[in-house]
Design a protein around this ligand. Structure first.
Ligand code: KG4
Ligand code: ZN
Length: 338
């Protein structure tokens, strides 16, 4: 297996339809079709998501192949997200991947979405990559985990959220503030000029390396409701300070737990991944923390933080090296084990 494999990867676990072509660890294309339709509903509507995936999948795959400047017969394997995620959305990507692999008679590779987020740190962009074992804070709309990554094939969750994910905390707070979905980028934008100490919200007291965000959400909700009762324009007049304070609270919880994990495990190689890792305040705070506590921090490029197929391609690449292929009988799972 001396030649670097060319992999077509498909990601359709939530509301983005994405296809990517990779050669070895390099990404040749990474096409993402966002589904605007969910914005007005304040969250992802599963039925609409799967319908949009069905409409998008063929043009997105064709665009990925075209941009990679290859032809279909050059593809060595097809990788796809097998879960966790929305079942009807996963089914669109997995059915497409299966037919593609059958038509071209090439191997099929199933990828766990969360492994994809973590392994996005290894996409070759000429950057530094973490040395094994490393800790990864994986923060997305559905998950918040601290993972001990021993190698690309052996990962262990050492802490996770007991209720909402960090991304959900951003999204639900944004909804309370009347901001569109997904809320994370909006909170970041409005918070840029705000005072992060303007409001304080209840802090969770969760043992060990686990997280909780539902209490914070309730605290934010009650604080805002109380003030809006007194002044109808409270949110409008305090939007920047509210966003800066909410962002500060969420990021603080994440950074503190990660520092605790570093202290307990004594692992000084640390990565972050997932949609929330695109947050510029989190990235800044982690760089400060890494300087203070003397650890190395690895942060993916923005385009590989939120859902994308390039991360499925790199995870597929590692499986390809092990000839870890899967048969056509595979069925995606909404709650796929880690
Ligand atoms: O990884 P991802 O794209 O999808 C899931 O696997 O869930 O993560 C989406 C989450 C959403 O909750 C979104 O609000 C959050 O990532 N997010 C952000 C930012 N960009 C995306 N949260 C905070 N700041 C951002 N800049
Ligand atoms: Zn994700």
């Amino acid at each position: 297996m001396s030649k670097k494999p060319i992999i077509l990867a498909i990601e359709s676990s939530c509301d983005d339809t994405s296809a990517s072509v990779s050669r070895g660890k390099k990404i040749l294309s990474n096409i993402i079709a966002n589904q605007e339709i969910h914005t007005k509903y304040g969250g992802v509507v599963p039925e609409l998501a799967s319908r949009a995936h069905q409409q998008n999948i063929v043009p997105v795959v064709n665009a990925a192949i075209k941009e990679a400047k290859i032809t279909k017969n050059k593809i060595d394997a097809v990788a796809f997200t097998n879960g966790p995620g929305l079942l009807d959305s996963l089914l669109v990507g997995s059915s497409f991947a299966k037919s593609f692999s059958m038509a071209l008679n090439i191997p099929l590779i199933s990828v766990n979405h969360m492994h994809g987020h973590i392994l996005s740190l290894f996409i070759d962009e000429g950057q530094n990559i973490p040395k094994f074992p490393f800790l990864c804070l994986t923060v997305s709309g559905g998950h918040t985990q601290i993972v001990k990554v021993k190698n690309p094939y052996d990962m262990e969750i050492i802490g996770s959220t007991l209720d909402d994910a960090a991304g959900e905390a951003f999204d639900k707070s944004a909804k309370i503030l009347g901001l569109p979905y997904p809320g994370g980028p909006h909170i970041q934008k409005h918070g840029e000029k705000g005072n992060k100490f303007a409001f304080t919200f209840g802090k969770p007291k969760i043992k060990e390396l686990n997280f909780s965000f539902s209490g914070l959400k309730t605290s934010i909700k009650y604080t805002i409701e109380k003030e809006v009762n007194k002044d109808q324009n409270f949110i409008k007049n305090n939007l920047s300070d509210l966003c800066a304070s909410i962002q500060y609270s969420i990021v603080n919880i994440l950074v503190n737990k990660l520092e605790k994990a570093i202290n307990i495990t004594n692992i000084k190689e640390v990565g972050i991944a997932g949609g929330v890792s695109a947050n510029s305040f989190l990235r800044k705070e982690l760089k400060k923390s890494a300087n203070k506590y003397n650890y190395n921090i690895y942060i993916p490029k923005f385009e590989y933080c939120t859902d994308n197929a390039a991360m499925i391609a790199i995870a597929g690449y590692f499986k390809y090296l092990n000839k870890d292929f899967i048969s056509q009988d595979i069925a995606p799972s909404a709650r796929l084990d880690f």
